[in-house]
Design a protein around this ligand. Structure first.
Ligand code: IMP
Length: 197
C-alpha cells in the first residue's frame, strides 16, 4: 500500500483531510508518526510558498510522498489581511478567540455589503525526486458582526457562507467540506493523487 504523509500539526485540519482520504487506497501517516521532525517557519508571503515549503520539508525528511496545505482568510476591506498571517493575526501564539476579536474590532462600523471575504487553501504535493505540484480552493462569504455557532475552528464563527446565511460554525463538517476552500482543494488533490501516485 502506498503511503502519504500529511504535513500538518493542526488536528482539526488533519481530521478534515483524513476523512477526505479515508476511501483512497493510501496509507495515511501524520506528523505524529515522525516526532523528531521539526516543521519550518511559515514565513513565505503566499499560501503557495508556505504549502510547498512544508510538503518539501516532510518529503525530504521521510523519503515519502507528502501533502501540505496552507490556508487563511482574506478580507476585502482589509486589503486581503489577515491572509498568510491568519493563524497569528493578533500576535504570535494568539488564540482563535483573540484573532476573531481583532477582526471584529477592525471591521467595527463597516456595513454588511463591505464585509466580503474569502477563505483560500493551497495544497502542495511533493513526491520524492519530483517538483512540487499545487492545487487551490476558494470560498467567498461575509464577515458577521458577532460570532455565531459552536462548531469548526479558527474564523468559522465569523464566516457567513452567503448561500445559506449561516456561519461555518453553524454547519456540520460534512456540509462545510462540500463548499469550503479546503474541500474544493482536497477534491482536486485527490484527483491529482490518483494520477501521480
Ligand atoms: P495555517 O495552519 O497556516 O494554514 O493557518 C490557517 C489559519 O487560517 C487557521 O489557524 C485559521 O485561523 C484560518 N483558517 C484556515 N482555514 C480555516 C477554516 O476552514 N475555518 C476557519 N479558519 C480557517
Amino acid at each position: 500500500m502506498k503511503k502519504l504523509v500529511l504535513a500538518t500539526n493542526n488536528q482539526h485540519k488533519a481530521s478534515e483531510i483524513g476523512e477526505f482520504l479515508s476511501s483512497s487506497k493510501l496509507r495515511i501517516l501524520s506528523l505524529q508518526d515522525f516526532p523528531e521532525l521539526r516543521m519550518p517557519e511559515e514565513d513565505c508571503s503566499t499560501f503557495t510558498g508556505n504549502a510547498i515549503k512544508k510538503a518539501e520539508t516532510v518529503s525530504a525528511y521521510t523519503g515519502l510522498p507528502a501533502m501540505a496545505d496552507d490556508s487563511g482568510l482574506e478580507v476585502d476591506f482589509l486589503g486581503g489581511r489577515p491572509g498568510v498571517r491568519s493563524a497569528r493575526y493578533a500576535g504570535e501564539g494568539s488564540s482563535d478567540k483573540e484573532n476573531n476579536e481583532l477582526l471584529l474590532k477592525e471591521l467595527k462600523g463597516i456595513p454588511p455589503e463591505k464585509r466580503g471575504a474569502r477563505f483560500k487553501c493551497v495544497i502542495a504535493i511533493v513526491i520524492p525526486g519530483t517538483a512540487a505540484k499545487t492545487v487551490e480552493g476558494q470560498c467567498r462569504g461575509r464577515i458577521a458582526e458577532a460570532p455565531k455557532g459552536d462548531g469548526g475552528f479558527g474564523y468559522d464563527p465569523l464566516f457567513i457562507y452567503k448561500p445559506s446565511g449561516l456561519t461555518f460554525a453553524q454547519i456540520t463538517t460534512i456540509e462545510k467540506s462540500k463548499v469550503s476552500h479546503r474541500g474544493i482543494a482536497l477534491r482536486k488533490a485527490c484527483n491529482l493523487l490518483s494520477k501521480i501516485l
